[in-house]
Design a protein around this ligand. Structure first.
Ligand code: NAP
Length: 261
């Protein structure tokens, strides 16, 4: 299927590895020009080179820095001639017990996982509406639907973003102008982040592969997801065909969430 977005421009935040990279790669395959971002320059430049090598017809620009910082967001916006597609992403906050978290810890989580996406959305959606096309995809977490106790910072900050998007996506001045905003909720995907989580669960005392296998067994699909399939779904959400799909929280978890809705 031709997704009908060749020649468009996208900002993909936190895209040197993992799910963000999967989204960037899938958009690149559709002929979308990219501005990609991450804090570490080495992996970011490597990803940018890979994307250029595999997709000769597109332009790929990179902006190094923490997307939670205003000057990095300004650089991202300046590097993108016209933002048709915005994929918001950042690393997840650390696990822990809420009794230990300070106001600073909360502000960090809110900055990265709620306020950074909102600021980028604020800077882009009205121009998208004026042009009659816009797609915003926020990478959040399955924990928004089924909270994970030790990820309280993530549960809280991402739920804040989710509530905000639910209202904004339904503004008719956006929805009637073909601007959609949706959240993608990953379950367990095989990325560096997942490997770190599994290592933490093993705590050096249990066999890592055993811990991974136990986790896989709790997923009806019997496996972890991969960044390519996540990216392909994201690209469809960003496609010309997905203009009637807005304000949704789409869970990709191999059937792990046990509820009917
Ligand atoms: P990952 O494999 O660790 O990759 C994270 C990517 O984001 C890297 O490119 C990283 O590069 C970049 N990054 C992290 N923080 C950033 C920041 N503040 N500013 C700019 N770039 C940043 O992680 P992932 O598994 O793809 O996860 C992506 C998001 O989905 C995270 O928020 C994670 O919590 C969430 N999630 C993942 C899973 C899963 O199973 N994988 C499940 C639920 C939710 P640098 O470190 O160089 O910046």
């Amino acid at each position: 299927m031709d997704l009908g977005i060749a020649g468009r421009w996208a900002i993909v935040c936190a895209a040197s590895k993992g799910l963000g990279k999967g989204c960037a790669a899938a958009l690149a395959r559709e002929g979308v020009n990219l501005v990609i971002n991450a804090r570490g320059s080495e992996a970011l430049e490597q990803t940018a080179s890979e994307l250029r090598a595999r997709n000769a017809g597109i332009e790929v620009r990179s902006v190094v820095g923490d997307v939670a910082r205003p000057e990095v967001r300004a650089a991202l916006l300046a590097a993108c001639p016209q933002v048709d597609i915005l994929v918001n992403n950042a690393g997840g906050p650390p696990p822990g017990d809420f009794r230990d978290w300070t106001r600073e810890d909360w502000l960090k989580a809110l900055d990265a996982n709620m306020l950074a996406p909102i600021e980028l959305i604020k800077a882009t959606v009205d121009a998208m509406a004026a042009r009659g096309f816009g797609r915003v995809v926020n990478i959040t977490s399955g924990a928004v639907k089924a909270p994970i106790d030790v990820l309280g910072l993530s549960n809280g900050a991402r739920s804040g973003l989710t509530g905000f998007i639910a209202g904004l996506a339904r503004q008719s001045r956006l929805a009637s102008c073909n601007v959609t905003l949706n959240n993608l909720l990953p379950g367990a995907f095989d990325t560096e982040r997942l490997q770190k989580t599994l290592k933490a669960a093993a705590q050096g005392e249990h066999d890592l592969e055993e811990v991974a296998e136990q986790r896989r067994r709790r997923i009806p699909a019997g496996r972890f997801g991969n960044a390519d399939e996540f990216g392909a779904f994201c690209a469809f959400l960003c496609s010309a065909h997905a203009g009637y799909l807005t304000g949704q929280n789409l869970l990709l978890d191999g059937g792990a969430y046990p509820g009917t809705f």
